[in-house]
Design a protein around this ligand. Structure first.
Ligand code: SAH
Ligand code: SF4
Length: 366
């Protein structure tokens, strides 16, 4: 059997990890195979975590050959694995085209009482780079290269679980890229991650984080998927948001909040506002009060994140005392607010940083 990656043989074969059960079933029927074989194949892929078609022993050799000619079982390559003292791990993967993406596996601080091991959250990338150019973010620094395929997203979970030798409980789209700008592939990957025949991650255990793409938030509201939505707010006024998030010019706060009202009208789950605390930019007590008003309007909860230093950028985080004052004002104003206890600061856990180091060892100018 010829390798899909030999030069001159055309594009690599698609990865089976991007295929929905219904599509696989249709394909099998067109091959004159019974449709139920799709369940067997997906069982090998997601339950047994099989990496070779030859191991799928309940399929005929003819079918295994045909599958091998049509698909791969993995398309990513592990380029680097880093672990940190607090057991956050970061994975760097190489894609077919030589680009790099990263995923971060984070243990939760608070395990349910009696739980033997903490819950694990996997932070996945949705694009290579990002076109939205937020001024504080490593992923935006080198610009946008391309969207990930659904398979490249699902495989981040398969590899992370394999490399960490344990299952992931939650998936958050908070790695590199703007997930709602890669809408179709992200939604497909979520349907696969959520499927009973797939990794079977509960929809409520999947969070999509967006910098505020209002039209896509409305589209997402209409999907029959109870996933969670996080919105990167980072500023309580148009003036502050514009200073650090160019996307605010396209979708100003009023438009974003309207889209969030619409999302709420379709969903029961609370929206989360993510708010990075950046010294001298958005960390005044007055900003906390404005943020509280927005939070109450859409009945959100707030996740405060002390800014994670990015090489080449001059922003910094406020002192712990100032962070606490900000959180305290939100709570006084009746908002649910958490101050994120940081994980993995020592291994560049802020999105996009490991990839920048790999692809641009000499650095990129901001
Ligand atoms: N593009 C999406 C999802 C990826 S970014 C979004 O913007 O929501 C995931 C989160 O990491 C966002 O809230 C983003 O603002 C935050 N982030 C980016 N750079 C950071 C940094 N240096 N320190 C802390 N958080 C950062
Ligand atoms: Fe893109 Fe999100 Fe980074 Fe902004 S914060 S540049 S939208 S990845």
């Amino acid at each position: 059997m010829s390798s899909p990656r030999l030069p001159g043989l055309g594009p690599p074969l698609p990865s089976l990890a991007g295929v929905l059960a219904s599509d696989l079933e249709q394909l099998l029927v067109s091959w004159n195979e019974p449709g139920f074989r799709s369940q067997q194949i997906l069982h090998w892929l997601y339950t047994k975590r099989c990496t070779e078609f030859s191991a799928m022993t309940n399929l005929s050799e003819t079918l295994r050959d045909r599958l091998r000619e049509s698909f791969r079982l993995r398309s990513l390559k592990t380029a680097r694995v880093q672990g940190s003292a607090d057991t956050t791990s970061k994975f760097l993967f190489r894609l077919d085209d030589g680009r790099f993406i990263e995923s971060v596996l984070i243990p939760a601080t608070e395990g349910a009482p009696g739980r033997r091991s903490p819950r694990r959250t996997l932070c996945v990338s949705s694009q290579v780079g990002c076109a939205y150019g937020c001024r504080f973010c490593a992923s935006g620094l080198a610009g946008f290269a391309r969207n990930l395929t659904a398979a490249e997203i699902v495989e981040q979970l398969l590899f992370a679980e394999q490399l960490a030798s344990r299952r992931v409980d939650n998936v958050v789209f908070m790695g590199m890229g703007e997930p709602l700008a890669n809408y179709d592939a992200v939604l497909r990957s979520i349907r696969i991650l959520n499927a009973q025949w797939g990794p079977n991650i509960g929809a409520r255990q999947i969070t999509v984080s967006t910098s505020g793409l209002a039209p896509q938030i409305r589209t997402l509201a209409e999907e029959n998927l109870q996933i969670r939505l996080a919105v990167s707010l980072h500023g309580p006024t148009d003036e502050i948001r514009e200073q650090i998030m160019p996307v605010n010019r396209r979708y100003p706060l009023a438009e974003l909040l309207d889209a969030l009202d619409f999302f709420r009208s379709r969903r029961k789950q609370r929206i989360t506002f993510e708010y990075i605390l950046i010294e001298g930019v958005n960390d005044e007590p007055a900003h906390a009060r404005l943020l509280a008003a927005l939070t109450r309007r859409v009945h959100a909860k707030v996740n405060l994140i002390p800014y994670n230093t990015v090489e080449g950028l001059t922003w910094s985080r406020p002192s712990p005392a100032r962070q606490q004052i900000f959180a305290g004002i939100l709570r006084e104003q009746g908002c649910l607010a958490t101050l994120r206890l940081e994980k993995g600061h020592d291994i560049d856990a802020a999105c996009g940083q490991l990839r920048l180091r790999e692809e641009f060892p000499a650095g990129v100018s901001a």
